[in-house]
Write a protein that binds this ligand. Structure first.
Ligand code: AP5
Ligand code: ZN
Length: 208
């Protein structure tokens, strides 16, 4: 299946996309991870404010569309089925995506803003597997994994608040736009990770 997962920063898109990729044997296409692997890429020949994606990301601002559209176009052209996470983030990107592929399921994770701040500032990442954890809600049992966890550079309180503002201004209209799309389903993202996952599986199984 071709699945899009939408939601604000910290809604659980990455966490649930990992489950989807494993269960349905599809590619996890994530612009956030792709950009994090290319934070130092030289984009100075484009007409952009900064010279690298990392400068936008650490501040919590959107990386220019031109850079992100190219990443997604390339990744989707190589994937049979996919779960797309982190894109589109504004209406221009949504229009771009419509020219690239059709979608079978559009999942939208709903979570309130105050919950998002706690999730993001408490998130820790395993640098070896890329798996997301949380100091309060979800720590790994393995002590070696616990000891190597790191915090993402944009998970400080200032960047988090800016990311949430950028979401409200640019990405919330994208979600409104998809509400009329075939296969759209809103998921209560404030439940436990397991309950969110159960709702997602039911939604996908009903539609593919
Ligand atoms: P990106 O990496 O996409 O970050 P984001 O959208 O801010 O989303 P997150 O990854 O922070 O949250 P998530 O929804 O994946 O939540 P997670 O599962 O980790 O983008 C980063 C930056 O890249 C952007 O700011 C921008 O600069 C750039 N960028 C990316 N795409 C772009 C685009 N298309 N255009 C332009 N620029 C782009 O969960 C969060 C935490 O909560 C974890 O600790 C997790 O363990 C915990 N958790 C998850 N689910 C639950 C639950 N149900 N209950 C309790 N805790 C939970
Ligand atoms: Zn993510």
């Amino acid at each position: 299946p071709r699945i899009l997962i939408l939601g604000p920063p910290g809604a659980g898109k990455g966490t649930q996309s990992s489950n989807i990729a494993e269960e349905y044997d599809v590619e996890h296409v994530t612009t956030g991870d792709a950009l994090r692997s290319n934070k130092g890429m030289d984009i100075s020949d484009m007409d952009t404010e900064y010279d690298t994606p990392g400068e936008y990301m650490d501040a919590g601002d959107l990386v220019p569309d031109e850079v992100v559209n190219a990443i997604v176009d390339e990744a989707l052209s190589q994937a049979d089925g996919f779960v797309l996470d982190g894109y589109p983030r504004n209406l221009e990107q949504a229009e771009e995506l419509e020219g690239m592929t059709d979608l079978d399921v559009v999942l939208s994770l709903d979570v309130d803003r105050d919950v998002l701040v706690d999730r993001l500032t408490g998130r820790r990442v395993d640098p070896e597997t890329g798996e997301n954890y949380h100091v309060e809600f979800n720590m790994p049992d393995d002590e070696d994994v616990r000891d190597r966890l790191v915090q993402r550079e944009d998970d400080n309180e200032e960047s988090v608040r800016n990311r949430l503002d950028v979401f409200e201004e640019n990405t919330a209209p994208v979600i409104d736009h998809y509400e009329d799309h075939d296969g759209f389903v809103a998921i209560d993202g404030e439940q436990t990770p397991d309950d969110v996952w159960a709702d997602i599986q039911a939604a996908i199984d009903e539609r593919v």
